[in-house]
Ligand binder design. Structure first.
Ligand code: AMP
Length: 178
């Protein structure tokens, strides 16, 4: 399947969740068996040579793709969640959003010191979420080999921001001009 065909499976919903945002909805790609397999195979082809110990996915769509990637590589999966959702003892990080702050959490001890991890989310926009997750993982002593996304919005500069922070980043498709 071509990259253009994969992109075409992603639905764009204008003005969601607020006016001016073009929401790139990957659920339409997830619902397509051939598209989902192609996406996960492409992500696996990028991540496999890095020989990660663990795949870490960011709530919520990063869980779907992260778990699929973990299965494809025969590795474990660890979720990074919004504050207050994980039942066990957590470690967390607060980060700044356009309006206010947010917090990401991880179960304490689930990413061991020295673990080699690939971080996964569906989409990178400004990079704020992935940067915070990468920092949290580093604070646990993990090595973030790469942040891997289905979709990049290059005009928002997230991939560059990650790379400026020393985190290699890659995405399977991109939407220019967002
Ligand atoms: P950011 O922290 O700005 O890189 O935003 C990334 C997070 O917000 C990811 O978890 C995405 O799922 C979500 N997100 C941000 N912008 C969009 C968009 N235009 N379409 C779909 N999801 C988005």
């Amino acid at each position: 399947m071509s990259t253009d065909s994969l992109s075409a499976l992603i639905r764009t919903i204008p003005d969601f969740p607020k006016p001016g945002i073009q929401f790139r909805d990957v659920t339409t790609l997830l619902a397509d068996g051939a598209g989902l397999a192609e996406l996960v195979e492409r992500m696996a082809a990028i991540a496999r040579p890095l020989e990660p110990d663990l795949i870490v996915g960011i709530e919520a769509r990063g869980f779907i793709l992260g778990a699929a990637l973990a299965l494809a590589l025969g590795k474990g999966f660890v979720p990074v969640r919004k504050a207050g959702k994980l039942p066990g003892k957590t470690v967390g990080i607060d980060y700044v959003l356009e309006y206010g702050t947010d917090r990401l959490e991880l179960h304490e001890g689930q990413v061991p010191q020295g673990a080699r991890v690939v971080l996964v989310d569906d989409l990178i926009a400004t990079g704020g979420t992935a940067l915070a997750a990468a920092q949290l993982l580093r604070e646990q002593g993990a090595s973030v080999l790469m942040a891997l996304f289905a979709v990049d919005l290059p005009d928002l500069g997230g991939k560059k921001a990650l790379e400026a922070d020393g985190v290699t980043a890659a995405a399977i498709v991109a939407f220019e001009g967002d």
